[in-house]
Design a protein around this ligand. Sequence first.
Ligand code: 6LJ
Length: 196
Amino acid sequence: MAATNAKSVLFVCLGNICRSPIAEAVFQKMVADAKVADQWRIDSAATSTYEIGSPPDHRGQACMKRHDVPMRHIARQWVIDSGATSDWNTGSSPDSRGLACLKKHGIETSHRARQVTKDDFQTFEYILCMDENNLSDLEKKAKSVQSAKAKIELLGSYDPQKQLIIKDPYYGSDKDFETVYEQCVRCCKAFLEANS
Ligand SMILES: N#Cc1ccccc1-c1cc(NCCCN2CCCCC2)c2ccccc2n1
């Protein structure tokens, strides 16, 4: 459980089923390995309602499994939620591909896509997103939020290899998910170092 003076970061992408759950899982593992998990509040959400209620994409789950990175699962001591930033798919049922893959790998997950809320802009210190569309969508939303405090940045702005954009792998291959994973590892490591 995060301490009261915890730092906080919300990872955001278009659907909250591909990139942002990977970034969240990678960062969660990093803070746990660094023994500072209790100093962080970590979550993910989306700028669309495409996938509200969906579990992480099956390709992302498989990628996390390959790299032994636990992804949002039903754990005893965690209260877990996630969401999206718009109302496009309010009430969508979980993506069938994701459910089938999770079942195949015996992975239970409570992670469900959600839309980012006004409260997120008021309570998270950092909102780190993946591409310029996410950035402009979030900046537009933040304008309508009273006392928004979040620093809205590209996660890629922390990349030592200067790959600023983490591309949407939705129509891509497993290789594209690997690229997302590698970028998230580099960026999350640099982000944690910058906040330690
Ligand atoms: N849009 C786009 C797009 C453009 C380029 C590359 C990827 C995508 C793309 C498309 C998705 N779902 C298909 C379209 C959904 N419908 C769009 C019209 C409104 C009703 C919903 C995604 C779903 C989850 C995560 C990422 C996604 N990314």
